[in-house]
Design a protein around this ligand. Sequence first.
Ligand code: F6R
Length: 608
Amino acid sequence: MCGIIAITTSSKTNVSKMITDSLKKLEYRGYDSVGVATINNGKIEILKDIGMIDKVNKRLSLENLRGTIGIGHTRWATHGAINQENAHPHSDCKGNIIVVHNGIIENYLDLKKTLKEKGHFFSSETDSEVIAHLMEEELKQDNPNSSKINAFKRVINKIEGTYAITLIHSKDPETIFLARKDSPLVIGVREDTKFAASDIPAFLEYTKQVIVLKNGEIATLTPQAVYIEKNGFRVQPKPVIISWTAESAQKSGYPHFMLKEIHEQPIALKNTLNIDPRVIEKASNKILEAERIIFLACGTSYHAGLSGYHQFQRILKKRPLYKVIASEYETYSHLIDEDTLIIAVSQSGETLDVMKGLGAARKTRASIISVANVIDSSIPRLSQIALYTKAGPEIGVAATKTHTAQVALLARLALQIEHDVGLLNTTEFNENLGTLVTEAPQITRTIINQNEFKAKELAAKISNQNHAYFLARGYNLPIALEGALKLKEISYIHAEAFPAGESKHGPIAIVEPDFPVVIISPNDWTAKKMLSSTEEMRARGAYIISVTEEGHNIIERSDYPFILPTSLSLLRPITHILPLQMLAYYAAVKRGFDPDKPKNLAKTVTVE
Ligand code: F6R
């Protein structure tokens, strides 16, 4: 949450234009307010306000600030209202030190009290502002010419909580100071320019050489050099070259990132399923060694984990398996010990709830396998085995291509386990694998193309509704949960998903004529029962939308059926969510909302 960018360059360019462009790429992380600060001729220039970048830029001309070093921030409010004062960057009393921060400083009230007693004047209600004042206070102890890094290190030692910090000082006009703990911060390296940002797409247009700053590391960037240290020892930076292209982080003619990302699913699946078989075999061995297995994730990634849970349950039968929403991990802590394996699923690899759960698991020496999209992010680094989805950068806040890529990777893993426990012989395994790898991208493309217009048409029909239900049974429930989450988070239509049989225990009470009910019903063992649930809803006048397959009786009992080809059961959590992603997208657009930036949400959730 919150996007940070900092740039220092020896070229003669003003960095504010690059900072503003980078902030647009980070806007998915928060969009309550935005601000940019630069150092120009030894003086800080700072502009900030509430609102989205384009509007603030139009009002204040953020991109016209002068100077070859600067920092920028796009905010998702935690401490303090959404107003101009609380927008980042923040400064010390004299306006020499400027800071942007992502995370939460837990001891800020104590620090603020002490600083106020020492005469510091605060302009905002944020926790972040204490960092600038602490730096000011620490520098008072040093010779004005001595290196500012020592004061910065003392500041970092004083703060508790989570942070990605970038700080600049008007008297050190080439250096950016960085620190990170539990909030992401990556460094971009170009010969004459260095970047620091919350996420790689921010500077992908300028460089593909990336250094991921690790927890507890402190760094300085100058146009020519990157210096990193941890616990007082120098760390040799290891840049990696990112294969993502700058275009992959642009809309490429689509009206929104979400629509582009929906259409990118075939290629995301193809790349993801092209994973090195040795990594999958290693993961399968680890799973088979474990006494119990816990899927740990949040939101959409939790729904992918649920699909994995059902696949694994079918194969591992009596092996204890659990599915845990990461923010609830304490409730399950009694299950976690050295014989436990956690499978953590996270697109960003930075979700704090998941990281907290993994932190606790590591203390008990539990094993960890992760499924993540962002290379070298925190969650893969906390794991013994990191499995990567290759979906490319996902900018739309609502996860689409990363979700189906997660499901595909877990399905690939399930197939491997099925082989390794002897439920599939090598010929059957190779046949199924071939089908998964070739069919997933193809069928996905076909379904998207055949159903996009229908999804748009249906969105227009239901866009004036305030509620919708999503029903399924058994292993199809994750599809209903994900469909409901997509609809509610971007169109703001209240949507609820539950096992179909539960409706008569309460939810059916509010069903009335035209109430949209989405029924997920493939040609499988759930079909008959889903038909009964459909009839119960129809009897109350519900508007039945079904996601079903050719030949199913439900088609004629539906007001609006999405009829998909019957596919491998492994593929259903991928294929059957596609019409619902498109329905959510078009419902949001029809209702006049920006699907890429739903209110109150951010892409990477780095607060508990
Ligand atoms: C919804 C959505 C969120 C995320 C959740 C976990 O569309 O994207 O529910 O799935 O915040 O994020 P990651 O996957 O980054 O751990």
